[in-house]
Design a protein around this ligand. Sequence first.
Ligand code: SF4
Length: 399
Amino acid sequence: MNTFFIKTFGCRVNQVESQAILEQFKRAGFVPATDFEHADICVLNTCTVTHQADKDVEKLIRLILTGCYAAAHSAHIREVFPSAQIVGKYELGRVLFNEEDICWTVSGHEGHSRAFIKIQDGCDNFCSYCIVPYARNVKRSKPMADVLDEIKQLVQNGFLEVVLTGINIGNYVCPQTGVDLAALCEQIAALDGNFRIRFSSIELPTVSDGIIHQMHKHPARFCNYFHLPLQAGCDKILRDMNRHYSTQEYARRVADLRAHIPQIGIFADVIAGYPTETEQDFQATYQFIKSQRLAGLHVFSYSPRPGTPAAKLPQLTHVEIKRRADKLRELDKELRAAFAACLVGTEQVVFVEEKKGSALHGITSNFQTVLLPQNCRARGLVRVKIVRAQNQLCYGEIL
Ligand code: SF4
């Protein structure tokens, strides 16, 4: 029997795509191998978001390369690894299975209790630091009917939380009906079943009133959570980065979200040490984030991606970038602690998903980790009273 092994690097989108490839392999009669050395076919689903991601991929290159690193650095790969076969994501079906395309729907998520589905691919925003548009600039969306079927299937298979992912999910447009993400949400809200939907990261300019309206109208179906990439809290740096919003617009949207969606958890990405970022700009970013009382940050130390405009600029030193990243990570801890503390006394629906040490562990709709007493038997979506908070964690009792 033929065996296969898939190694996934990078983001949620790659993870969900690998799940789809895995399921297609199984349908084609392949058996998963425990590691790549025992597999007839190895697929490396690659990432190029950071320099370290490139290095990780280069260590493992064997046979078929797909994903962003392969797409963005094909000439380099051919030179360094002439035996590697480079196959585009949308050519995998033809090369591996002699079919037009991989079926990008999934029915589960191996080893996970939350399911991720890819509803959209591609971005052509060309933020000045980002390599993604050089690898995935063709925008595609999954037909709405397929998204709805995929969710129904996952719910039938026991998943209680489904995360909608994509490279830029706010750009979702159903290729068959032309409807946008808000209209898709309306249809998802009408599905039967006790499950909730979470959006993965979504770009601020694409958070429409329609999406907010659906979240407000269906609080049990849509998590009161947003991951809104900020990248910089200083208008000059946002312009340099070719981001398409100002700090004022960001703040206004955050206020809108808070006004319409109670206890919303708003998290953000931020980049420390962009080449043109002065100390004053960095301070502006720091103060802006503080003023927005975000629930937490994902801090990235800037690293130049060859081929992007920002990589051609004079760079800050590693020491300076690290100093700024460390400061932002400290701020992240404060924000997470404050968010956890403000939930004390509230009731939350917690998705109890795994055991961690001596306590049961789950996440709220607004993405706060909650620990429950070990003797509690609850699993799935349970109502919990938050009784205390410590070290960025909440402690709860089942209601
Ligand atoms: S929005 Fe900007 S950072 Fe995000 S994928 Fe597109 S180009 Fe990259």
